[in-house]
Design a protein around this ligand. Structure first.
Ligand SMILES: [Cu+2]
Length: 153
């Protein structure tokens, strides 16, 4: 049943992208975040971006109804301390791929106004420099998956 839901969210994602012919060459795939506990106000989200067009794609901002602020963060090592740095705009060159991922560049969701529950979805709206924008489906995964991910590092 759960697999079916995931499949469905990919399908929805595909339909949104194919609606708009100009952004069809830009594909956002496999967006995910981990479930949160009650009262948690901050979470991270990740997505893979395939820019198959001949133009650079510049992400100017991200918004969502589930949080007050969404920012792009980079993780940088300062001495021995890992710090997160806000990225004002993210450039994905023509014909290249970009992966938001744990421990690296991520989307920080701050001021969450709802709990992220395993198996549900929410949307992030990406606004680009060329004024176009795209709604991207993010699926919420069980946090045990995250523990597994961290164990391997
Ligand atoms: Cu962050």
């Amino acid at each position: 049943m759960k697999n079916f839901k995931y499949l469905l969210s990919f399908l929805v994602c595909f339909l949104i992208l194919s609606n708009d012919s100009t952004s069809a060459k830009v594909v956002f795939h496999g967006g995910y975040a981990f479930e949160t506990f009650k009262g948690q106000k901050v979470a991270a989200a990740y997505v893979s971006i395939f820019n198959q067009s001949d133009k650079d794609l510049v992400i100017k901002s991200i918004t969502s109804t589930i949080c007050e602020v969404a920012e792009i963060h980079d993780t940088v090592l300062e001495g021995e301390i890992m710090r997160m740095k806000k990225v004002e705009s993210l450039n994905i060159p023509a014909r290249s791929e970009f992966y938001f991922q744990p421990g690296s560049t991520h989307i920080m969701l701050m001021g969450l106004n709802q709990e992220l529950k395993d198996g549900t979805n929410f949307k992030l709206n990406f606004e680009f420099k060329n004024k176009q924008n795209l709604n991207v489906e993010i699926m919420v995964l069980n946090k045990k998956l995250r523990e597994n991910l961290l164990d391997k590092k």
